[in-house]
Design a protein around this ligand. Structure first.
Ligand code: 9WN
Length: 817
């Protein structure tokens, strides 16, 4: 006998026959076996079989032709006979969705209906695909939980036009007349925020996802505003964080989504200083709870949290969360009743049913602690966990084996950024630091050059200029890479030496040094062999981007020459960062024109020099090179290799450094314009960073430092242009702002010449600046405010390094040979 479904014998036989028909085993036109045969096959009496066949005839599936037997006439029962309702929600995997669907299914069943379920994911195509398939399958009505962002209004309009009963749950589509069953979001949020105000909170934050057009989100925001108003509090944009993508607010997050959330939330709490927060839902409350724990905050002592509860799971994870409870069961049941009523012919006008929520006060809310009310009083209640915040930044920017300087602004691997970032990784994950270094070396050119950008093919649209602007670069490196055609200050060698010092054991240290040594040697030799002109041993730098100090006034003379590139271009760098923080268009004209000249000369220094106005001996670059050479000699010694730079060669370099960079009249080190044969006399800390080389005597270094910092006794050090210089601009990039990595390098330089107190004071002030303003690309030296791209990797990495060395107070160890 066939394997029959459970139930009464007659209904089991009916289901089995129906399965054969709807499942395709008996297509339309099939003649059913004669009754005695079929009854025998199924192991039932002819009477039972007849009753089952009668039901199939009623449902229009089978017809009897007198004298010829029974035939299949259709494979899908007509909709009113099928008694099925389609239910589409974004995901059944969300616990909140599951309980709603459960309530709907129960209620439909009570009315003699079954449920056809579909999940729309977060996609409009999936949403309409699921609903259309349900209609094809003959559902008589639809209950829909529309997707976030842009639900398919046209699809729902079609349903209405074809008179398919439709009920929305959880949210509604503004301006679209259909039944909707929702929680009373406005009153629920109102009650929660009023509770916070009633117990004394004045700085109440709102933390939400970024789908503000979704009615449930908009309504909760409205309730928040109304409660503030009722409590006599002013709505303040600063206290509202609505930037978390819906996909990043669930339970199943990637490591980088988790880090990005944590970062955003920590930044919000430390910068906007709320004493209490209303969270859009309890998954966000959970993320917030975790994020503030990394800052050393306790709930509710340091921060009260209340959330709209749409997910029972959070209760088990966060015992004691004060919540607005959603009447999920009632929402599901009412939606099912409404759709059934409509299917059965009710002509009621569409209406919105807002079901009352319940407010449950548990342990996550308490009156604000004395001294924590209002801005200014609150620097975080207990020491901020700056290291955890820094690590969250690194994790958010982590691309696997290398780190983006900042997610949106710089989506590729940059040379000196990655080098310094490896120091941050070394303090938390040594192997990750090694990967950072090795991935950088992988892109080395055949001639030894280490490019300033290694492009990530997945993000070519995200940054200008891309590899197409360096067309001849492909001839110089291994296939499969995309790189720029210039290099960067060689701080990597120093970084490798420091990372090696942190190795967990001697074998690891030796392996790292001996693996990287040949590539580092080839790179430093590239500068002396392929970048020397006129017998001078100093490095000929060919592009402002190569110096890393792009629009420093040190290079203004090139931009003033009015260079224009041949190919037109569109800048992308001001899409995420204000134009006031960035170079000007004429700077970009010069940058692109220089690239064209360099690429046409196939990256040959002599060919380029013949056509370009820009070839410099950059004092900062040369200091980095000299330091790198001495560090590499020390590395060689430690692995038993021959030191690559002989005394004589170093002495010649040192003499040229003195001759070209020292300006006796101005008493400072400056850059040298190789084309014009003159010094570029612009006072910037590049002259102080000359100390990195180890070539500057202590007394002189002290004078340089005192004189430079003396220009701005009340400013935050180290401004990248003297405030006394006409080009000084406190917010524009390399024309005044403070940079964490530069401070770090200058502190290293000061320590190198023995100015330990100055070095550690600078490190302390650098940490204080980051504590004050977060991990920015750069900072205004007048007020400390962050500028440029946010959540910047080298700021985070070097703060980690400083903290790890207990650097607050202890200077970086210079260890120069
Ligand atoms: C061009 C990545 C880099 C830094 C540079 C900084 C800036 C790039 C740009 O960002 O330069 O290389 O597009 O502005 O000037 O020092 O390495 O952080």
């Amino acid at each position: 006998m066939a394997d029959l479904p459970p139930g009464s014998t007659h209904s089991r036989i009916r289901s089995e026959l129906e399965r054969r028909i709807t499942g395709g085993a008996w297509p339309v036109g099939t003649r059913l076996p004669a009754e005695p045969v079929l009854a025998r096959q199924l192991g039932v009496s002819r009477g039972t079989l007849r009753r089952a066949l009668a039901t199939l005839r009623e449902h229009g599936l089978v017809e009897a032709a007198p004298g010829r037997g029974s035939f299949v006439v259709r494979t899908v029962p007509t909709s009113d006979q099928r008694r099925q309702v389609g239910v589409v929600v974004p995901s059944i995997a969300r616990p909140s969705g599951a309980s709603l669907v459960q309530a709907i299914e129960d209620e439909l069943h009570r009315h003699g209906y079954s449920m056809l379920f579909g999940s729309s994911g977060a996609s409009r195509t999936q949403e309409s695909g699921r609903v259309r398939r349900m209609l094809e399958n003959g559902v008589s009505g639809v209950i829909a939980y529309p997707i976030d962002y842009e639900p398919d209004v046209a699809l729902y309009a079609e349903l209405k036009a074809s008179d398919v009963p439709l009920v929305f749950i959880d949210r509604y589509l503004p301006g679209f007349a259909a039944d909707a069953v929702i929680p009373d979001n406005v009153s629920g949020a109102y009650e929660a925020v009023k509770h916070l105000a009633d117990i004394g909170h004045r700085r109440i934050g709102f933390v939400s996802t970024d789908n503000l057009a979704t009615t449930s989100v908009a309504d909760r925001l409205q309730g928040y505003r109304q409660a503030l108003e009722a409590a006599g509090l002013t709505y303040d944009d600063e206290l509202v964080l609505c930037r978390i993508p819906v996909a990043a607010a669930g339970w199943e997050l990637t490591e980088s989504q988790r880090a990005e959330n944590s970062n955003l939330l920590c930044e919000f709490i430390s910068e906007s200083t709320p004493t209490a927060v209303f969270a859009l839902h309890n998954r966000l409350a959970f993320h917030l709870h975790q994020a503030v724990a990394t800052m050393g905050f306790r709930i509710p002592d340091d921060l009260s949290i209340v959330a709209f509860a749409d997910d029972p799971l959070a209760q088990t994870l966060l015992p004691g969360l004060t919540v607005v409870e959603q009447p999920r069961d009632r929402i599901g049941r009412l939606a099912a009743q409404l759709v059934v009523r409509k299917i059965q012919g009710s002509r009621e006008e569409p209406a919105r049913y807002s079901l009352a929520t319940a407010f449950l006060v548990r342990q996550s809310t308490a009156p604000p602690r004395a001294g924590r009310r209002g801005r200014g009083v609150l620097t975080p209640p207990r020491p901020r966990n700056l290291a955890a915040e820094a690590l969250a930044v690194l994790r958010a920017n982590d691309a696997g084996s290398w780190t983006k300087p900042s997610v949106h602004q710089y989506p590729h691997q940059w040379n000196w950024d990655s080098a310094l970032v490896s120091l941050g990784w070394a303090s938390v994950d040594w192997r990750r630091a090694v990967r950072e270094i090795e991935s950088l070396l992988d892109a080395q050119w055949v001639n030894g050059m280490l490019p300033h950008i290694r492009y990530d093919p997945r993000h070519l649209d995200g940054y200008f200029p891309g590899p197409d602007r360096w067309p001849n670069a492909v001839r110089h490196h291994a296939p499969g890479f995309l790189t720029s055609g210039i290099s960067n200050p060689p701080v990597l060698v120093t970084a490798v030496r420091r990372v090696a010092e942190r190795a967990p054991d001697a074998a690891g240290r030796h392996a790292l040094l001996s693996r990287t040594f040949p590539a580092l040697e080839r790179w430093l030799h590239y500068f002396t062999r392929k970048r020397q002109l006129d017998g001078c041993p100093l490095v000929s730098v060919v592009h402002p981007w190569e110096t890393g100090w792009d629009n420093s006034p040190r290079w203004d003379y090139v931009q003033a020459a009015g260079l224009k590139p041949r190919q037109p271009f569109t800048r992308r760098d001001t899409e995420h960062v204000g134009a006031e923080h960035r170079p000007e268009d004429r700077d970009y004209d010069a940058y692109l024109a220089l690239i064209e000249l360099l690429d046409s000369a196939d990256y040959d220094i002599r060919g380029y020099r013949a056509v370009s106005p820009f070839v410099v001996n950059d004092v900062f670059f040369d200091a980095c090179w000299y330091r790198a050479a001495t560090d590499l000699n020390a590395i060689a010694q430690s692995i038993g290799a021959r030191p690559p730079f002989e005394r004589g060669e170093l002495a010649e370099f040192a003499a040229a450094f003195e001759e070209r960079h020292w300006d006796a009249e101005m008493n400072c080190y400056f850059d040298y314009d190789v084309i014009a044969g003159r010094r570029i006399v612009v006072p910037t800390p590049a002259g102080i960073a000359a100390t990195l080389s180890g070539l500057v005597p202590r007394e002189l270094a002290e004078r340089l430092w005192t004189s430079y910092t003396g220009d701005g006794p009340d400013l935050r050090p180290v401004w990248t242009v003297s405030p006394k210089h006409p080009a000084f601009d406190p917010v524009c990039y390399w024309r005044g702002p403070v940079w964490v990595h530069l401070n770090w390098l200058i502190a290293l330089g000061l320590a190198t010449v023995g100015l330990d107190d100055e070095a550690s004071a600078l490190e302390r002030r650098t940490i204080a600046l980051v504590e004050e303003s977060g991990f920015s690309e750069h900072y205004n030296p007048l007020n400390g405010r962050g500028g440029g791209a946010p959540r910047f990797s080298w700021a985070a990495a070097l703060v980690l390094d400083l903290i790890d060395r207990n650097g607050v107070g202890r200077p970086v160890q210079p260890f120069i040979a």
